[in-house]
Design a protein around this ligand. Structure first.
Ligand code: SF4
Length: 252
């Protein structure tokens, strides 16, 4: 199969984010349909090549693999079935590409909820979503070089400074983690109790993302009242009990 038989190249395809944003050229592109980096857009193509804006990339059915130039003379296109392996063979880290793909999916999901990503993204890139009064934040975080994770979390309660009596609460949170929080988990960061979900960015689909966001918001909404009530009970106990609440730095 030659390039002419399967259409034009990624540099000229409207599904290339660079082309869509008006900086047509030879620099590496990003295919919005397949959500992958395209290192050499003039020498890459596929059967989904399009020069029309409609339908939107996410409404198209992916057809066949991506083709690259074989480097032979005469010109010949060859299919690449494992694009991440191909990127790695060129020295590209597929991680940023996957991270970008997940962020693009997150923004598309936000649009599907009837919201605008720019209105729901804070200065650090966290997408902020609400379900009734529950707020969740979602983003892609690089925790170690080359390791990207989708992180979704919803803060549900603030703990007082004195945590000496909080053993029963911690036990309750661990029990929720075992049998009440589905794939999400309860966690404490400083003094805030969160429901959170963390997973590697590879192989996340938009329906996974939707399910993950709803899971965190639903668990935070359904169990948040119980956690807040448990915190309140412990605060009351602390106020009436023999031990007085001390600032954390005054302990010992
Ligand atoms: S891989 Fe296909 S759909 Fe994506 S930019 Fe290239 S030609 Fe267009």
């Amino acid at each position: 199969m030659t390039r002419n038989e399967i259409g034009n190249n990624c540099a000229e395809c409207i599904n290339n984010q660079n082309n869509r944003e008006g900086h047509y050229g030879d620099e590496p592109g990003f295919c919005l349909l397949r959500q992958v980096l395209i290192p050499e857009p003039f020498w890459t193509t596929c059967q989904n090549f399009s020069d029309r804006h409609e339908p939107a990339p996410t409404q198209q059915q992916i057809q066949g693999p991506i083709y690259i130039d074989s480097g032979e003379n005469p010109f010949r296109s060859v299919p690449v079935y494992d694009w991440n392996a191909y990127l790695s063979s060129l020295g590209y880290d597929p991680g940023p590409s996957q991270a970008r793909a997940v962020l693009n999916m997150l923004d598309e999901l936000i649009r599907s909820y009837g919201l605008q990503p720019e209105d729901t993204t804070d200065a650090r890139g966290w997408r902020i979503l609400t379900m009734e009064k529950t707020i969740a934040r979602a983003n892609v975080v690089q925790w170690e070089p080359g390791l990207y994770f989708l992180v979704i979390y919803a803060p549900i309660a603030e703990l007082p400074l004195n945590d000496q009596r909080f053993g029963p609460l911690y036990r309750r949170l661990l029990e929720f983690n075992h049998n009440g929080s589905y794939g999400a988990r309860f966690a404490i960061d400083e003094r805030t109790v969160h429901v959170s979900l963390v997973r590697p960015v590879s192989q996340i689909t938009i329906s996974d993302l939707d399910a993950n966001l709803r899971m965190v918001l639903t668990v935070a909404r359904n169990l948040g009242d119980q956690v807040r009530q448990a915190v309140q009970e412990l605060v009351k106990l602390d106020e009436t009990g023999s031990a007085t609440t001390q600032p954390a730095q005054d302990k010992e």
